[in-house]
Write a protein that binds this ligand. Structure first.
Ligand SMILES: *[C@@H]1O[C@H](CO)[C@@H](O)[C@H](O)[C@H]1NC(C)=O
Ligand SMILES: *[C@@H]1O[C@H](CO)[C@@H](O)[C@H](O)[C@H]1NC(C)=O
Ligand SMILES: *[C@@H]1O[C@H](CO)[C@@H](O)[C@H](O)[C@H]1NC(C)=O
Ligand SMILES: *[C@@H]1O[C@H](CO)[C@@H](O)[C@H](O)[C@H]1NC(C)=O
Ligand SMILES: *[C@@H]1O[C@H](CO)[C@@H](O)[C@H](O)[C@H]1NC(C)=O
Length: 516
């Protein structure tokens, strides 16, 4: 993970890349000008300026001067393998603390809606997740912008502290917000329909593979009630609604020197690589630590009368930190992350792919109305795919922006009998340790149990507010294989547990973009 390597590595493709960058810059500049003509109002400009100002400081808060149309969210993940479980029957406790700030568009402005939030998932009590809402005034950024302190991140929300090496939760009952049943029901309906569509697509694919007219293959779509039945029932939701609200206290420590940050360079200031320079992306992604041990981790949930509901410890567990910021979440995306591998401790994988309106939402909307034919050109399937091998300290990078990387295959498949959904991905890239002609291939399968993820609120463009739109899994399983294509040498063949996973929106669109 030496920055100096990057120069050497790309020396060959340098000239081509330079042309590409120049052209990309030109297109971006044109779009940016266009953008400021279309939206002379300040929030979007403030966002653009903030991304320039904070270049290479992805962990830091980007919203200082932005009063609308903005969100920023940090994701702190903790996993720990339970004692006594063997490799064939492993139980892993996984949780995430997501926190951030949301400012709706000016036109949807409603003071109730702009707020800061803390969202713990994977709790050990009777309720597995909670939403705590705070006034935006209680969100205070103590981050340092001094050179060399880019990672000194520090935010306070109420009495909670979030830093690059520590999280302290003190979430009182008064900020607890129960997600209304109708919001959950609306989400379960959409999520079930998405599973249903994937199932239908899969049946069609199998039918095609077996030859048209073959009757053996199931072409009967499963009723939507089947998929809705995988989520909590209406009766269960009503029961949960009657439960007491609870408070949370927690403390997690993960010293900076034990973390695995991404290498940084001019071409690759963040995980987004060169695409980080696109200044008005709908959503930016940052990875702060690929893997770190949790030195100390305690969490408890309590009732208002201070009686303890549940406790969990994460001492000796494994952590991960990433974040998103921008205008909205994409309309369609998948994401998975694993850093608890059987054979390769310290290794880490992160994959994500999204439908990216690369000209920004405003220009895209304008094109939709005035140049509808050009609309397909305004979206590309952007992929961020990395595998970090701890033993050899090598970062394999298969992301779309890598000149020699190719994503060859993407598939979402359901196993209705096992009740699981699997995301399979196959990609190749230049071997960072090999000769010019050697390629490295990555094959992964991320499998989760359908309907068992936690409902996660995310900024929603259509509704102009934070709404539950994501089934957030923290304990999926991942199979990883990494090998040299020419020599056939297998570099990694491993299983990861406690994986994070999300699959949201039009999965078929992503599949088609990659597989065609
Ligand atoms: C797996 O391990 C858990 C706890 O370690 C135990 O409760 C469970 O019975 C085990 N399951 C099997 C199939 O061995
Ligand atoms: C786990 O499974 C593997 C292969 O499936 C088997 O060889 C091994 O004996 C099993 N181990 C235990 C402890 O059950
Ligand atoms: C992508 O991979 C290359 C080499 O494998 C690495 O030097 C670069 O830093 C990576 N980019 C990011 C954003 O991680
Ligand atoms: C505290 O409140 C909970 C929930 O209302 C109740 O079940 C419990 O008995 C109370 N404990 C004490 C010590 O009052
Ligand atoms: C992923 O799943 C596919 C289909 O089941 C299988 O052929 C492939 O070997 C799996 N890959 C890994 C790395 O487990």
């Amino acid at each position: 993970m030496k920055d100096a390597n990057i120069e050497k590595q790309y020396a060959t493709s340098g000239a081509r890349l330079n042309n590409f960058i120049r052209m990309a810059m030109f297109v971006l500049l044109a779009a940016a000008l266009f953008q400021s003509i279309l939206t002379p109002i300040s929030p979007r400009r403030a966002y653009w300026w903030s991304n320039i100002k904070n270049l290479g400081r992805s962990l830091q808060y980007h919203g200082q001067d932005i009063n609308a149309n903005f969100f920023e969210g940090w994701y702190f993940k903790m996993v720990k393998e339970n004692e006594g479980s063997d490799h064939n029957n492993s139980t892993v406790q996984g949780m995430a603390v997501i926190m951030g700030i949301y400012r709706p568009p000016l036109e949807a402005q409603d003071h109730q809606r702009a707020h800061a939030f803390v969202l713990p998932l994977g709790l050990s009590g009777p309720e597995k997740y909670a939403y705590y809402r705070f006034p935006t005034e209680e969100f205070v950024d103590f981050g340092s912008h001094l050179p060399g302190e880019e990672r000194a991140f520090r935010i306070r929300i109420g009495n909670n502290l979030f830093a690059h090496d520590e999280v302290i939760l003190d979430l009182p009952v008064k900020n607890f917000e129960r997600i209304p049943i109708d919001e959950l029901e609306a989400f379960y309906a959409v999520a079930s329909a998405e599973y249903g569509l994937q199932y239908l697509q899969q049946a069609r694919r199998e039918k095609k593979a077996h030859g048209e007219g073959e009757e053996k293959v199931n072409e009967q779509p499963l009723p939507l009630t089947f998929f809705r039945g995988l989520f909590p029932s209406t009766a269960q939701l009503k029961e949960a609604e009657l439960l007491e609200p609870f408070a949370i206290k927690a403390h997690f420590k993960f010293p900076a020197k034990t973390q695995t940050p991404l290498p940084k360079s001019l071409l690759f200031p963040t995980i987004m690589g060169i695409t980080h320079y696109i200044p008005f992306l709908e959503c930016n992604h940052g990875v702060a630590s690929l893997q770190h041990p949790i030195q100390y981790g305690r969490i408890m949930t309590l009732y208002g009368n201070n009686s303890i509901v549940s406790e969990a410890t994460f001492d000796g567990g494994i952590g991960y930190i990433e974040k998103d910021w921008g205008i909205n979440f994409p309309s369609t995306w998948f994401w998975a992350q694993t850093n608890m591998f059987r054979k390769s401790p310290g290794s880490s994988m992160m994959v994500s792919g999204a439908s990216v309106p690369w000209l920004g939402p405003d220009v895209t909307d304008w094109i939709a109305t005035h140049l509808p034919r050009a609309l397909p050109l305004t979206r590309f399937a952007g992929m961020l795919i990395i595998y970090y091998d701890a033993a050899s300290k090598t970062l394999y990078n298969f992301s779309s922006y890598m000149p020699l990387a190719r994503i060859k295959h993407l598939r979402f498949a359901l196993d209705v009998e096992a009740g699981t959904q699997t995301m399979s991905l196959h990609a190749t890239t230049k071997d960072p340790n090999g000769n010019l002609w050697e390629r490295v291939a990555l094959e992964i399968n991320v499998t989760r149990t359908m309907g068992t993820g936690y409902p996660l609120r995310a900024p929603n463009r259509m509704r102009g507010k934070m709404a539950v739109t994501v089934e957030e899994t923290v304990v999926a399983k991942t199979r990883v294989k990494l090998w040299r294509v020419r020599s056939g040498e297998v570099l990694v063949d491993d299983e990861g547990i406690g994986s994070g996973a999300e699959i949201v929106g039009d999965a078929l669109w992503l599949e088609n973009r990659i597989n065609s």
